[in-house]
Design a protein around this ligand. Structure first.
Ligand code: ADP
Ligand code: TYD
Length: 204
């Protein structure tokens, strides 16, 4: 038996961590074994890399940033997500490789395809079955954030490029779906659960 790997995605402040935790509870109610993780981080190496990525005061050049996100993700895939999926768990993640495609590929302009290849090289097939993108305008997202990190502090323009990259990804990839993130938390959770049930649970 193998599990399912579901990513919550979107710009900063879109509601990913709130919604991921609430959706996890709902799916546990369906009798599924659900585990939540977050990126960057989730392993000792990943948490150390997270500190550099989000709180370093030195400038990181775009490729150093992209490779550090990919490194943290490779460690999480090998140590945590891959083994959980093999054991049949449903892994819900707050961000995934799709964040690197949107932020580094689109936002930083490195290119979606090269960022996809570099990440794929480190993931050994551990790739989300579904990415739920919570759609929200960038201004509202940044206003929701209580603490901004190094990347969030760069402001609106980067977030808008990231939002455009998510739209580009959804146009080509049937596993990327959009949910309106501007509604109440209850509504966003309900819409996310229905998309997941429709796409994944009903095919069990
Ligand atoms: P992200 O993980 O995408 O950065 P969070 O889940 O941390 O976003 O949410 C950021 C803030 O916005 C939190 O204070 C959270 O309670 C609030 N929030 C999340 N979803 C909604 C929503 N649909 N409506 C209003 N506030 C929200
Ligand atoms: P996160 O802790 O999810 O922040 P937020 O709650 O603001 O969404 O992510 C931290 C930042 O890292 C966020 O600005 C998005 C960025 N990020 C990337 O640029 N690339 C990536 O691959 C990932 C996982 C995150």
């Amino acid at each position: 038996m193998s599990g399912r790997y579901i990513a919550f995605e979107g710009i900063d402040g879109a509601g990913k961590s709130t919604v991921a935790e609430a959706v996890a509870e709902e799916l546990r109610g369906d009798g599924l074994n659900v585990v939540t993780v977050r990126e960057p981080g989730g392993t000792p190496v990943g948490e150390a890399v997270r500190e550099i990525l989000l709180h370093s005061h030195d400038d990181l050049v775009p490729w150093a940033e992209a490779l550090l996100f990919a490194a943290s993700r490779a460690q999480l895939a090998a140590q945590t997500v891959g083994p959980l999926l093999e054991a049949g768990a449903w892994v819900l993640t707050d961000r995934s490789v799709y964040s690197s495609l949107a932020y580094q590929g689109g936002g930083r302009g490195l290119g979606l395809e090269i960022v996809r290849s570099v990440n794929a090289a480190g993931l050994d097939g551990v790739w989300p079955d579904l990415a739920v993108v919570l759609e929200l305008d960038a201004q509202t997202g940044l206003a929701r954030e209580e603490e901004t990190d190094r990347i969030g502090r760069e402001g609106l323009e980067l977030q808008e490029r990231v939002a455009a990259a998510y739209r580009e990804l959804a146009a080509d990839d049937p596993n990327v779906v959009f949910v309106d993130g501007s509604r109440t938390i209850l509504e966003v959770v309900r819409d996310s659960v229905s998309v997941i049930r429709e796409r994944l649970v009903e095919s069990l």
